[in-house]
Every structure is written in structure tokens, then in C-alpha cells.
Design a protein around this ligand. Structure first.
Ligand SMILES: Cc1ncc(COP(=O)(O)O)c(C=O)c1O
Length: 359
């Protein structure tokens, strides 16, 4: 299933309740705001090109050494450097991912001149069963001598599916040595401890080249600052880092991210609020008999059983922006980000009318 590479990714303008871009509705840590604001007085200076303090803070947070950490203007920018770097110098490289994975894997493969190989998943959610289940055996079957990268968004956007820690252990054991295994943990904060999910860092995977992507855009609520991190073997991290533009992460963004890592109370409250909101949104949809995948991210993927366009418009008419998934080949689904308690209420209040199957 293909994703339209040129499709717009921004949120629809002017929505009262903006649930279309998997942002955190709880906002950044006050400490992050203060740090960014005070850094702005030095806006005439270039930022630290090496982002040394930020990389050190991420290293401490992740329990690794700083040479295993690179940072970028969002994890999307790191993907755009990493995938071409892994493909460079190889004949007819291939990037393997599950169908309907995060769109940037496709864009990065295109920039690398690589073939993008999509592996089928399970079908849509039905009843109380989540959809788009992922089988790592199918991924392994798609690997060839030309495969350079296997990329997994875990949990996945926009399908909300995930791969368990046990499945990752198996995948890493079976994956040939010439393949880089890329696990994108953008939503890990909302997944930890649930349904067999485990972060790579907890697993001691039996594969040389495993890289992990994380971001400050989701649980840290700094999407507008554009900060992401790449964790992996030092040589691979250095090779990817060598491709970034100089002075890539703005000074205010570096300060905000460091301060956000220091405010674990705010982070914990955001995670708690998101997981509670997800469960309430999912429960409300179940009560209405609306099939959906609640998954382990900060969003739910709703099955409409009819074209999404009029449903998106009906939500928009009530000031609620939700995400159509047509660019992912999902014509009859929408993705709804978990909002504040009041925003979840707004969705559930609108849902009986907006999601009712026309008679
Ligand atoms: C799975 C996944 N990875 C990475 C990102 C990119 O995040 P950013 O570039 O903001 O760090 C997103 C954003 O939605 C995502 O859903």
C-alpha cells in the first residue's frame, strides 16, 4: 500500500480542538519554556554546533554514553540523514518497512535512491480487536541481500499497531548482519509496560547495528522546537551526524529539551493524562460500537466503514480537526489524537452524530 509522498502533513488551520497531528495537548514543561525564553536573549549567537549539553542529558536519560547520541531538528531530519547514509555506496539498496508506516521512511528511501519495500499487515480493526497487526516473520521474509535498513515505528503511526519486545528479540536474532535495524520509538512514553511492549534499551538485542529514534515532539510537547535523537553504535551515529547541516538544533530548542528532561514530574503527568485520555476515548468509542485501534500511542485510529472526507468535515464543522489517512491508502479511517479531558469530551460529544452510520 503506497503513501503519497507529496501529501501535505500540516494540521488543518483554524480548528478549536486540534487533534490532527499527534501533538501533546498538555503543553511543554514550564521549565522548558523558561529555559528557551532565557536563551532567546542570546539569539544573535550561533547555537552549540555539537549540542553537547543536550546530547549529554539525553545520554544520561537513556543510560548510554554521549558518543552514542546524535540530535537533529526533529527525528524526521535524522531519518533523512540516516537512511541515505546506510544506503550510500550500495547497489540497488532496499529499505523494508511494514505497510502504512510513518511516511518519512518512504521519503528518506526516495532521497537515498532506494527501493521502498512494504510488508503487508493484518486488516482493519473490527469489534474490539485492534487492526493492522504486524508479523516480524513477514518482515524477515522481505529481506534480501540488497536490504540496507529495516524500519519499524513502534508504536506505529498511523495504524497504532506495535511489535512486542519478544518479537523484536526474534527479529534481531534472525536479521542478517548487513541490515541496519531502525526502531522508531517516537511514542514509547505512552507504551511502556503495556501489551508486551518494550524499548530496545531494555532488550539487549542480538544484532550489531540497531538504532533507535526518539523525539521531543510527543510526550515532551516540544513539537514546534524540532528536536529528535538517534541512539546507536558510535560509528553509525557519527556517520549519520556527519550529514547534518551545521548548527542544526537552535539554541532555544537545545535549552528547552534539556530542561524538559529535568522536569520528570511534568513528563509523568503528560503520560498519565494521555494514557487516561486514550482509554476514555477508546471506551467511549466502544460504547458507541465504533471499531478502532487504540494502540499504545497518543492517538486512536477509527474505522468508519465509509469514505473519511465527510466525517472529517463534520468534525471540522464542530471545530475539531482530525486526520484523514488517505495518503496512507486508508480511505475509510481517521486518526484522532488524544486531547485534554475537555477535548476528549468534545470528540465523544460529537461522535454519536458524526460517526453514526448513515441509515
Ligand atoms: C512514528 C513517528 N516517528 C517520528 C515522528 C517525527 O517526529 P519529529 O520529526 O517531530 O521528531 C513522528 C511524528 O509524528 C512519528 O509519528
Amino acid at each position: 500500500m503506497s503513501v503519497a509522498a507529496g501529501a501535505a502533513v500540516g494540521p488543518p488551520p483554524g480548528m478549536r480542538v486540534r487533534l490532527s497531528s499527534n501533538e501533546s495537548p498538555f503543553g511543554p514543561s514550564p521549565a522548558a519554556l523558561e529555559a528557551a525564553t532565557s536563551t532567546l536573549s542570546q539569539a544573535h549567537r550561533y547555537p552549540d554546533d555539537a549540542s553537547a549539553e543536550l546530547r549529554a542529558a539525553i545520554a544520561v536519560d537513556e543510560g548510554v554514553t554521549p558518543e552514542r547520541v546524535a540530535v537533529g531538528t526533529g527525528s524526521a531530519a535524522l531519518l533523512m540523514d540516516l537512511i541515505p547514509q546506510r544506503c550510500s555506496g550500495h547497489d540497488q539498496p532496499e529499505v523494508v518497512a511494514f505497510e502504512r508506516s510513518f511516511v518519512v521512511y518512504r521519503l528518506a528511501a526516495r532521497n537515498a535512491g532506494a527501493a521502498y519495500v512494504e510488508v503487508a499487515t493484518g486488516g482493519p480493526a473490527s469489534g474490539t480487536e485492534p487492526g493492522y497487526t504486524r508479523d516480524v516473520e513477514a518482515l524477515l521474509a522481505a529481506v534480501t541481500p540488497r536490504t540496507r535498513v529495516v524500519a519499524i515505528d513502534n508504536p506505529a503511526n498511523p495504524t497504532a499497531a506495535h511489535v512486542t519486545g519478544d518479537a523484536l528479540i526474534h527479529l534481531a536474532r534472525e536479521l542478517p548482519g548487513h541490515v541496519t535495524l531502525l526502531i522508531d520509538e517516537a511514542y514509547h512514553h505512552f507504551a511502556t509496560g503495556q501489551l508486551g511492549y518494550a524499548r530496545v534499551g531494555e532488550l539487549a538485542l542480538a544484532h550489531e547495528e540497531v538504532v533507535v529514534l526518539t523525539t521531543f515532539s510527543k510526550a515532551h510537547a516540544l513539537a514546534g522546537m524540532r528536536v529528535g535523537a538517534l541512539l546507536g553504535p558510535p560509528a553509525l551515529v557519527a556517520a549519520t551526524d556527519g550529514r547534518r547541516p551545521r548548527f542544526n538544533v537552535a539554541a532555544a530548542a537545545q535549552s528547552a529539551a534539556v530542561a524538559s528532561l529535568g522536569d520528570q514530574d511534568h513528563l509523568a503527568a503528560t503520560i498519565r493524562g494521555t494514557v487516561e485520555g486514550r482509554s476514555r476515548l477508546s471506551g467511549g468509542l466502544h460504547e458507541l460500537g465504533v471499531a478502532h485501534s487504540a494502540g499504545l500511542g497518543n492517538f486512536v485510529t477509527v474505522e468508519l466503514g465509509r469514505p473519511a472526507g465527510p466525517v472529517v468535515e463534520a468534525f471540522a464543522a464542530r471545530g475539531i480537526g482530525v486526520r484523514p489517512l488517505t495518503p496512507y491508502g486508508l480511505e475509510e479511517q481517521v486518526r484522532i489524537t488524544v486531547g485534554t479531558p475537555a477535548e476528549v469530551d468534545a470528540v465523544l460529544d460529537a461522535a454519536p452524530e458524526v460517526l453514526a452510520t448513515p441509515g
